[in-house]
Design a protein. Structure first.
Length: 75
């Protein structure tokens, strides 16, 4: 697995965990962030290389800080 793909999967897994922790469906998150549900699904599966603007939209939709997507091990 390439490094970029691995990073996308880690980010996607973190997004899924934070979304579930918030009790929000993919569809609801997508609506809040102005995205399509299938796009959110593909991000969670590590299939998309998303922009910084989209990361901010997802953070706002979840009511979290952007830094919450990243941990000490994400260097």
């Amino acid at each position: 697995m390439q490094r970029a793909e691995a990073r996308r999967r880690v980010f996607g897994g973190r997004l899924r965990a934070l979304r579930r922790e918030a009790g929000v469906s993919q569809e609801e998150l997508a609506d809040r962030a102005g995205l399509h549900r299938t796009y959110v699904s593909s991000v969670e599966r590590g299939r998309r290389n998303i922009s910084l603007a989209t990361i901010h939209s997802l953070a706002d939709a979840l009511g979290i800080a952007v830094r919450d997507f990243f941990g000490e091990d994400d260097r």
